[in-house]
Design a protein around this ligand. Structure first.
Ligand SMILES: [Zn+2]
Length: 158
């Protein structure tokens, strides 16, 4: 028997094969992963961990690249030590602070290095989502949201 008739996709209810690993049909998988990300990041602490990966990847490089620089502008002279101190003590930066650091770093690293760092951020975020085990309520939320995403996707592509 090719199909276990008891198994259906958690998002759309279509029959899925015996070998399906997670109860999500192939056509719904893209929407499912999008919804997982949204529901994961509805929780403030989890969102902090998820989006904080960018600063955790880029800040050590930013600090290293600027540690011996003799800044001329007053702003840079005070910004650099204060942002380094805040990062080292609290492990936290505002979006605005991070944006400034990334702007400076843009002049220090080449395109390939930048791409590698972005890839590292992406891999870390992917890992966080992969390791996350939603509870029953969250899982229901994810599958409902994925259903909505799928409908929207179809509407925009038909
Ligand atoms: Zn489905």
């Amino acid at each position: 028997m090719p199909y276990d008739l008891g198994r259906t996709c958690s998002v759309c209810g279509a029959l899925i094969g015996d070998n399906n690993p997670d109860g999500i049909g192939g056509e719904c998988r893209y929407a499912y992963y999008g919804a997982r990300k949204v529901v994961h990041n509805k929780d403030k602490e989890r969102a902090y961990k998820y989006y904080g990966t960018k600063a955790r990847v880029f800040m050590p490089v930013f600090i290293e690249q600027h540690k011996d620089v003799k800044f001329r502008s007053e702003f840079k002279k005070s910004f650099y030590p204060s942002v380094v101190k805040q990062w080292e003590e609290k492990g936290y930066l505002s979006n605005k602070q991070l944006e400034i650091c990334l702007g400076w770093l843009g002049y220090k690293i080449d395109y390939d290095t930048h791409e590698k760092l972005e890839e590292a951020v992406y891999e870390k975020q992917k890992k966080i989502l992969k390791e996350w085990k939603p509870n029953a309520e969250e899982y229901e939320h994810i599958t409902k949201l994925a259903g909505t995403f799928r409908k929207e996707f179809r509407k925009n592509h038909s």
